[in-house]
Write a protein that binds this ligand. Sequence first.
Ligand code: FES
Length: 149
Amino acid sequence: MDRNDFDQQDPDPRPDESLPASVPGDPVVVSVCVTCKASEGALTGPAMFDAILLAKRERDTAVHVRRVQCLSVCKRPTTVAVSSSDGYTFLFGDLQPEGARAVMSFAESYRKSSYGLVPWRERADILRKGMVARLPPVRWSPEDGSAPK
Ligand code: FES
């Protein structure tokens, strides 16, 4: 591949052209803290990572799952983030492996939502309760700081 080939590539490929331009570009990434520990000291992160990877395989989704070490929410293990380069970043805590399918369902909704802002009604109860932070994307910066409608 030479420079001309590279220049002709779509810089922001979207797998589904029917989606609005405000949906986040791929990849949508689920970051699982593999260094989270329960209060008695047992590691909880690796089991959460395995469960989320299994849920991803069940759904056959393009969402990317990765290991990370510490999301600075250590008092609420296990922690997981859902983000993309140009969408919202969501941070969740208090998760158990049983919630892996809910995380993957959320990530799928994220891929189809404006700026990744998943509607409240599409969020599982454990994610509503476990919400730690919601950080707007850099490209969404209205004067009044409001969320996209
Ligand atoms: S070790 Fe998991 S958030 Fe810090």
